[in-house]
Write a protein that binds this ligand. Sequence first.
Ligand code: GLC
Length: 537
Amino acid sequence: MWWKQGVLYQIYPRSFQDSNGDGIGDLKGIIEKLDYLNDGTEKSLGIDGVWISPFFRSPMRDFGYDVSDYRDIDPSFGTMEDFKLLLAEAHARKIHVIIDLVLNHTSDEHPWFQESRRDKDNPKADWYIWHSGRKGKPPNNWFSQFELRNAWWYEPSRGEFYLGTFTRHQPEVNWRSPGLRKEMFDTVRFWLDMGVDGFRLDVVNWFIKDDQFRSNPLSLRSVDFHAHVYDRNRPETIDICRELRAITDSYGERMMVGEVYTDDPKIASSYYGNGDDALHLVFDFDFLFQPWNAAKISASLTDWYGRLPADAWPTFTLSNHDNLRHFFRYAKGPWTEARAKVAAALLITLRGTPFLYYGEEIGMGGGRLRRKDLVDPVSRKTWPFRKFRRDLARTPMQWSSAKNAGFSIGKPWLPVDQGFSSRNVETEEKRGDSLLSFYKRLIWLRKESAALQSGEIRFLSEYLPNALVYVRENGSEKVLVVLSFTHRPVTLTSSLLPGRMSVLLGTQRSPGASIDVHAGVPLGPYEVLIAGQGVAP
Ligand code: GLC
């Protein structure tokens, strides 16, 4: 299945390519760049699918994650005709298209909310989460992530509070309302009928709230000091996922990947249901948040693999539009590029579907932006804490060393990262040893190897400190992956591995070279070594 074997790529459409010079990326811009993603040859990245962050009509308070019409395209991104063309052009290149559905909340400008907020008796009165409060105060302590205060907002025309745990402009819908539920399911069918290949489901674990509106216990372990027992992760949410799965699967090979936003792998993995009846894929945030430490990454992976039900298929990502890019998180002076190659090899050789985030393949880092350039509500609210500066992950794609990195002829909506004149697609395409060239080789190698696409994974890391060592295996094909996490030389020896293997891809050895694991393989600083038995180099 394409979503198990393929490599996926997240596009943040505002920042990918601007076709009309207004400084904002758009759908036509994405079409222009499809050949870069996959033109069927090894000159391109070889991507099998894209997840496009929201492009629906929106007042852009949260840059598209505040939708005011689920069935229309925001004019800043183009038109429905553009989207249909994008779908056709992507499909012509065997690139699947996943769209980002934000079904936990709408914009406060959505006509549903305009109607719902009017009074208590209108036909959509129960489409959002309303509460009369307690003695004039909000009903409980639920906390707004983005406004850093209580998440209930008073609405004078109803004399009630609505819930908005992101910004106040993102009222949360009531999934217990049959009318709302039907409309959401119809929206899902609308896009499936149009031919999209699936969905990324935004904050899917927040859909249902406690029916008794109980306050969350406080917790020192949580970044906002609340244990989200009652406003997220309610058991009823899985039932919605099951219904969504039934709809999606009735259209054939379509897929849903869930943003189950939690730091608890037990909760996240539960969204796979029995492995074949809830979400197809669930992002593993525990992996995304790992520090540069082979033992910790190995432990996190082993834990995650161990938790998944038998039929569940994993997925991994290291960067997205909400977090500092991993190139920056893992940076270490002169070793930064070498570490980025290790991270790339890890992502693309693990058992599970890799999701790349646009620009990671060229090493977009995004370390600096002036306060006055910040536009994201979270970045602005949490200044000066860099950890939450989402704008840094959203700067324009760096295509070339031309003005504005070739992203736009107009003034980009966010400044281009300073390093663009050397870090860009055009420059890196010319260099055989660039990060971009390495990503391409990794992805095309994966395409040729059944072991890398679908084989079992066996960790052997305990034989080598400061390294990840694993074998991917499918029938007679064995692929050994060795990733050194240190600049210090180390030597790999193991009697558990086949002795002689031949190098398939590496940062310090050429394809076809032979290694003998029984005799010992000395590894250079941050070396990536992928070797095979039973596969031609
Ligand atoms: C998700 C999105 C994030 C957005 C939030 C509210 O976490 O990834 O970008 O701001 O939901 O929709």
